[in-house]
Design a protein around this ligand. Structure first.
Ligand code: XMP
Length: 521
């Protein structure tokens, strides 16, 4: 389900780069519609549409001389609109016009400093005052001779032809990746290409995206029934709200209360979706079931497996009761797919498999609806606000599927869950009232499986340790701990100890990721 619309666009031709969706995302950020298409699916009809303002050729893992695999459709180069080649795309342009591409003697990965050689429309406000810029390289082939009619715009020590252009033909080639944030002013370069060179006009917003996604769902699903596991997290909430807007009562949501949610979360979910938005929502209270299954289990992986399997069993049991279901909606985002395969079907190296509501679609013969699969988290949040979802749902910190069970190393008990829910609520509420919540990527309280001695009044206590974790991050892949003022962390510690029986010590986790992970288990 990709948004196919009749808007003026930048066409992105994918050669299997891990960064292709990032290019599309940058174009969207600049307010312009873009469409990604695999190089294998390019046909004349597509290239002849008057809606294309410009073309970007992505990078990719291939070598330009692997003729069979590349199958480059030369008509692309006759399309009479400006073309920007990135990395592999740059090498293809050079090769097709009679230049040369060879294996580099030294592979170039990471930051490189490039130097301006000639002025170009593409690089307006891109270089610093001295004519240099830091860019992100990731290649093992390089252009060694540029075609006739092309000139060099910038060079690095290892890439003599880091930026090339042929103004008469409207072709631009860059060896580095302007779409990744490590390239300084990368977005400015793309902006110059899109607006100054391609003359695109802004035509893209969350509002428009919402309309297109709803329309696509309507066309794809028709009058069939769709089920969706609603957890109350950002992704499943946005998917459910999109589907509700598209197909109304034909969307049936199942919300499984595992008992491992944060304090009052189940009531908030029911209030928002059932009461306020009138969702067709099946509520399953499975608290006791999960507690029983987790009894005396302390191994983290076993805990995760039990929760995952049990969730699928419960979901399957209740979804089977609904007749004539054809689709399962999932909140898969682009970063979930990025490591499994190229989303458009071009060649890219498989890094790891992605598991969502594992196994269900196949077992139940369901087709998948994944309307967010080309979006990044912050775009999903914007879309959620556009769909009128409450800010507390949309701006909520990420929460893991296995819930509080992986925030209490050791066995899971009712007593420990009660303590943890209270401690977490105090911490999060304090973050909100001190305007810190939105500055932090993820924060939570955990309960350590050790008791220590304390003194309260004149009495000895022997109670649990509560660990607080708050981190900053871009995407959860790496993280750093947040630095609080002493007064803040002291006041949270006091509140927890004064209000929660069972905790007599609070510690703050000061490790980054790596070497630690964000969650404890
Ligand atoms: P770690 O602990 O691996 O967490 O550094 C990275 C991010 O992923 C979240 N997380 C999960 N999310 N199911 C999820 O939906 C899971 O099993 C799971 N485990 C970790 C974690 O909260 C953090 O945001």
């Amino acid at each position: 389900m990709s948004p196919e619309v009749n808007l003026k666009k930048i066409l992105i031709i994918d050669f299997g780069s891990q960064f292709t969706q990032l290019i599309a995302r940058r174009v969207r950020e600049l307010g312009v519609y873009s469409q990604i298409i695999s190089h294998k699916k390019i046909n004349n009809q597509l290239l002849e549409t008057p809606n294309i303002n410009g073309i970007i050729l992505s990078g990719g893992p291939l070598n330009v001389y692997e003729v069979k695999k590349v199958k480059f459709n030369k008509k692309i180069l006759n399309s009479k609109v400006p073309i920007l080649g990135i990395c592999f795309g740059h090498q293809i342009i050079a090769k097709e016009f009679g230049g040369k591409v060879n294996k580099s003697e030294t592979r170039e990965f990471g930051l490189a400093n490039i130097k301006k050689i000639n002025n170009s429309k593409l690089t307006k406000n891109f270089f610093n005052k001295k004519g240099f810029n830091n860019v992100w390289m990731s290649h093992s082939d390089e252009v060694t001779k540029i075609p006739k009619g092309f000139k060099v715009v910038a060079s690095s020590t290892n890439s003599k032809f880091a930026i090339i252009e042929s103004i008469s033909e409207n072709f631009y080639g860059i060896q580095f990746h302007p779409e990744v944030t490590h390239t300084q002013n990368g977005k400015k370069l793309l902006k110059n290409f899109i607006f100054s060179i391609c003359k695109s006009k802004k035509n893209w917003s969350s509002k428009f995206q919402k309309k297109i996604l709803i329309n696509n769902i309507k066309n794809y699903v028709g009058s069939s029934k769709v089920i969706c596991a609603l957890s109350g997290g950002v992704d499943s909430s946005v998917v459910a709200k999109l589907l509700k807007s598209a197909i109304g009562k034909n969307l049936i949501c199942i919300f499984v209360n595992t008992g491992l949610l944060r304090k009052n979360e189940e009531f908030e979910i029911l209030n928002t979706f059932k009461k306020r938005f009138k969702f067709n929502l099946i509520y399953v209270d499975a608290k006791n079931l999960f507690l029983n299954k987790l009894k005396n289990i302390s191994d983290p992986e076993k805990k995760r497996k039990i929760i995952g399997n049990q969730f699928i069993k419960v979901f399957e049991k209740y979804s089977k009761k609904i007749k004539n279901v054809e689709f399962l909606a999932q909140g898969t985002l682009y970063p979930d797919l990025i490591e499994s395969k190229s989303a458009t079907g071009s060649q890219s190296s498989k890094i790891k498999s992605h598991h969502n509501v594992g196994g269900l679609p196949k077992k139940m013969k369901l087709k998948l609806v994944e309307p967010l699969k080309y979006l990044f988290k912050d775009e999903v949040r914007k879309l959620g606000l556009e769909l009128n979802l409450p800010k507390n749902v949309i701006l909520r910190h990420p929460f893991p599927g296995p819930g509080l069970a992986i925030r209490m190393p050791g066995i899971v008990t009712k007593e420990k869950l009660k303590i943890l829910k209270e401690a977490d609520a105090i911490f999060i509420q304090s973050l909100i009232s001190n305007n810190l919540y939105s500055k932090i990527w993820q924060a939570y309280a955990a309960l350590l499986p050790v008791k220590t001695v304390g003194v309260m009044g004149d009495n000895r206590t022997y109670e649990y340790i509560c660990l607080l974790r708050a981190i900053t991050s871009q995407d959860g892949m790496t993280a750093d701990f947040f630095t609080f003022k002493k007064e803040f962390i002291q006041s949270v510690s006091n509140k927890i100890i004064n209000n929660i029986k069972g905790v007599n010590r609070v510690v703050y986790d000061v490790t980054s990721k790596p070497p630690s992970t964000i969650e404890l288990e």
